[in-house]
Design a protein around this ligand. Sequence first.
Ligand code: TYM
Length: 338
Amino acid sequence: MRIVSGIQPTGNLHLGNYLGAIRNWARLQEQVGKAGGDCFFFLADLHAISMPHDARGLANATREIAAAVIACGIDADRSVLFNQAQVPSHAELQWLLNGTARMGWLNRMTQFKDKSGKNREGASAALFTYPVLQAADVLLYQTTHVPVGEDQKQHLELARDIAQKFNNDYCSEDAPLFTLPEPMIPPEAARIMSLRDGTAKMSKSDPSDMSRINLSDDPDTMMKKVKKAKTDPEPLPSEPAGLEGRPEALNLVSIYAALTDTSVAGVLAEFGGEGFGKFKAALGELLVEHLGPVTARFNELKRDVEQIDAILARGAARAREAAAPTLSGAYQALGFLR
Ligand code: TYM
């Protein structure tokens, strides 16, 4: 097994990133390491320029998210941890794959539609071709599995389509260049929603900080955000069917289920019939208990800029080496004189 996944270094790491992706990265690092596979995790800084960004803050934002990922349990000795900008093969393979990706495929990407909104003409070309860079990120390493939240599923399907078409068009049937990657999406935390609106994804770009739990929040802030989370006046049902049409309640129960590694049904068996006062207090305590140690490690690590830079430089050297054979295979398959 080869595991690869990335996160953009924009804004704070939040509970959606943690439960949807990074907690799984840490678990896979354990399991895959024992089974003889390996893991590559990266800060997708090249992706960050697809939206207006703060050039003066980018390097520090990259270091901060690296510190957060390490605080969540990624061990840079066991996994390869790096930022894309130090591994030029990502941008190179993207260009080579641009010849295979179809405009029609990119036009269907919902994230482009969401992020460009009504201003499609003013969106950057990078926002449009971003999914091709994401395909390059995974195809470069012969990735078998990609742990992500549900919002990235469509991008991974595109990566498979690109890999398949490239293999068909430029490789012989018995020697395809690219491995087709599988997404790994956690069942109870595939899509953590905003605390203010159960129909919107928890996101770094939501202007309201009350909509998300940040990994950098102190315990009082976490508690306050949970207590103020939007809910409805009904008590919790004792069966999952009773959460239909109650997105905010479903979201809080799903967060509880993900944190305790149970199911929504399991949480309702315990809390069915209870009001939100009791449930929110229990959820707040659970969050503080889980995230408190992560936050403490993060606050300590992020001060050590030299150590973070050294970790990322070492990871990048390993990633460049691992990427070289596939990149060179892609140049060769396309017929370049090199
Ligand atoms: P990004 O930075 O938006 O998010 C990082 C990871 O967190 C997951 N996630 C969520 N999961 C559940 N609920 C949520 N509310 C939530 N919000 C975010 C995302 O699904 C993701 O797994 N394009 C990617 C980064 C990327 C990448 C890649 C990922 C670039 N190249 C190659 C995998 C493989 C992104 O912007 O994720």
